[in-house]
Design a protein around this ligand. Structure first.
Ligand SMILES: NC(=O)c1ccc[n+]([C@@H]2O[C@H](COP(=O)([O-])OP(=O)(O)OC[C@H]3O[C@@H](n4cnc5c(N)ncnc54)[C@H](OP(=O)(O)O)[C@@H]3O)[C@@H](O)[C@H]2O)c1
Length: 305
């Protein structure tokens, strides 16, 4: 399976290139390599600060005939400081400008948190806007207008739990096409995935390789390493193939050509039922991104997850 059909009927390639922490000077080349190696999906965000380089790479890839616009799926995300009604469209337009595109394939609300203009990670109390002042559905209604006006072919969310998804679904507005959440064998998200499937929402796994943050490397996990040895795949390919075989979209990030190639080749790795069961059993609800930095109960943001 190479594509997932979204609730808009659009086809979303099941593997894409992640760009979080792709440094200036590295991002351009990573996107060019990925497209040449067969990737047809790039995951971006305004907050990553590197969309201009992604845009230049897309522009040059189109100009040099590597791929056509309609053959590649580009996702971006609305940052938390642009949830106000008057800020949503300008934020999307700025992203389109940076990416040198006329439309996005998917635009996500990055976090279910509204912040004041110009803030990155919230630090001081005044960085949050109370949820009562900008409810999630109000921002979502503005995103629906972007969808209706053709600035994006689909809209979705990221880091939404079941309760937050229900807020949008129950309002009887456009159902999010995608929920992008952290997901890997230590956090298999089975319950949230089941809920999303019931509501026709596709799931994208971020940090599918465990993000290589502090707290131990998932690539060195004994079970993952053992399956890799037996299947003659690499640990990264095992982690990705596990998701692909259960219909979860993956967006591994790398700025190295060999790893970008290796990750894409997970499409041809086949795990048997026993391997899949062993990976399923690794779940311990461990998060590398626990969301606590965005919590502020006094402003209406209790548990993010
Ligand atoms: N919605 C959200 O809130 C959210 C949050 C986090 C991430 N994301 C998205 O999800 C994407 C993926 O998540 P992530 O970047 O946090 O983590 P990830 O893809 O799980 O891991 C990326 C790390 O693994 C390394 N790596 C990549 N391929 C490898 C391989 N084959 N072997 C060994 N190491 C490898 C990369 O290093 P090199 O680059 O040096 O190769 C990088 O350090 C992001 O880039 C972003 O697009 C979204």
């Amino acid at each position: 399976m190479k594509n997932i059909t979204l609730n808009t009927e659009a086809q979303m390639p099941i593997i894409g290139l992640g760009t979080f922490l792709a440094a200036p000077g590295e991002t351009y080349q990573a996107v060019r390599w990925a497209i040449k190696l067969g990737y047809k999906h790039i995951d971006c965000a305004a907050a990553y600060g590197n969309q201009t380089e992604v845009g230049q790479a897309l522009h040059d890839a189109f100009a040099e005939g590597d791929i056509k616009r309609e053959e590649i799926f580009v996702t971006s995300k609305l940052w938390n400081d642009s949830h106000a009604v008057e800020d949503v469209r300008p934020a999307c337009e700025q992203t389109l400008k940076e990416l040198q595109l006329d439309y996005l394939d998917l635009y996500l609300m990055h976090w279910p948190v509204a912040q004041t203009k110009g803030t990155g990670m919230p630090k001081n109390d005044e960085d949050w806007i109370p949820l009562s002042q900008i409810p999630l559905w109000e921002t979502w209604a503005e995103m629906e207008k972007l969808y209706n006006d053709g600035l994006t072919k689909a809209i979705g969310v990221s880091n939404f739990n079941e309760a937050n998804l229900n807020l949008l679904i129950e309002k009887d507005q456009v159902v999010p096409a995608v929920n992008q959440v952290e997901c890997h064998p230590l956090l298999n998200q089975n319950e949230l995935i089941a809920f999303c499937r019931k509501n026709n929402i596709a799931v994208t796994a971020y940090a599918p390789l465990g993000a290589q943050r502090s707290g131990g490397s998932l690539l060195e996990n004994n079970v993952v390493a053992d399956i890799a040895r037996r299947t003659k795949a690499t640990p990264a390919q095992v982690l990705l193939a596990w998701q692909l075989q259960r219909g979860i979209i993956v967006i591994p990030k790398s700025v190295h050509e060999d790893r970008i190639r290796e990750n894409y080749a997970s499409l041809v790795v086949e795990l048997d039922a026993a391997d899949i069961r062993r990976l399923d059993e690794l779940n311990e609800n461990h998060r590398f991104f626990d969301g606590s930095a965005f919590e502020n109960p006094a402003k209406g943001y209790d548990k993010i997850f």
